[in-house]
Design a protein around this ligand. Structure first.
Ligand code: C5P
Length: 231
């Protein structure tokens, strides 16, 4: 089984706090996620600062726009050094293909990860959007469409990893948030799994925010998660 990697979500308000966390955490943490909050506050400079520390950046902006705009956003993000980027599968075939083509043209091609359905949406919310099929059927169909356009993988809950892996095989990257060490507070995450369960299910990347950022000692918390992932 390939080894899974930890991505620490830098869900903090500013660059100073984000970079101090990068500097404190163990060197084995090689990926950091920059999301909308931090990127809107600090812009591309924070990507470059994390990259300057020898780390990989997962830029989680969930791009969703017309194909040309998404294509150009991906070229720009790659220039700043983002190694992995999210797009919304709901942007449709042409947008996903434009995104995949743009990534291929980059000197350092970023990996593109599709969000199939926001985990904040349940069946009733989907019905409001005119989507009547069950969420799990919708997720599979969106994933299938995204992968056919050249997208490299998907964000999914730990509970979806096994079925997505079975359906799409080992070349698809599966990135799972909702990771909680045994006994820790789930917060607003509803479908959670422990680090070891997510690794066993076949996740490639585990995204962890609060269990590390809000721990009394983030370094110890990160080390414990890395240790659990390795067994
Ligand atoms: O603090 P926690 O470990 O729950 O953080 C998980 C991270 O993954 C957050 O940055 C959250 O925005 C992100 N995420 C998620 N669920 C998704 C997509 C992204 O929790 N479906």
């Amino acid at each position: 089984m390939p080894r899974s990697e930890l991505i620490v979500a830098l869900d903090v308000v500013g660059a100073a706090e984000a970079l101090s966390m990068v500097d404190r955490l163990p060197p084995e943490v090689s990926w950091y996620k920059i999301g909308l909050e931090l990127f809107c506050a600090e812009g591309p400079a924070v990507i470059q600062a994390v990259r300057a520390r020898g780390k990989n950046v997962f830029l989680d902006l969930k791009l969703h726009d017309i194909p040309r705009t998404v294509e150009r956003a991906i070229l720009s993000a790659a220039r700043h050094g983002a190694g992995m980027l999210t797009v919304h599968a709901a942007g449709g075939r042409a947008m996903l293909k434009a995104a995949a083509d743009a990534a291929r043209r980059c000197p350092q091609p970023p990996r593109l990860i599709a969000v199939t359905t926001l985990t904040s949406l349940d069946q009733r919310d989907l019905a409001d959007l005119g989507i009547m099929r069950p969420p799990q059927v919708h997720v599979m169909s969106m994933a299938d469409m995204a992968l056919k356009q050249g997208i490299h993988g998907m964000v999914c809950s730990p509970q979806e990893v096994e079925s997505l892996r079975a359906r799409f095989g080992s070349r698809t990257l599966l990135v799972t948030p909702g990771i909680r060490p045994a006994g820790s507070d789930p917060g607003d995450q509803k479908r959670v799994a422990t680090p070891s369960a997510a690794v066993r299910a076949g996740a490639d990347f585990l995204v962890v925010g609060r269990p590390i950022l809000e721990a009394p000692d983030p370094v110890t918390a990160a080390r414990a998660i890395l240790k659990e992932m390795a067994v």
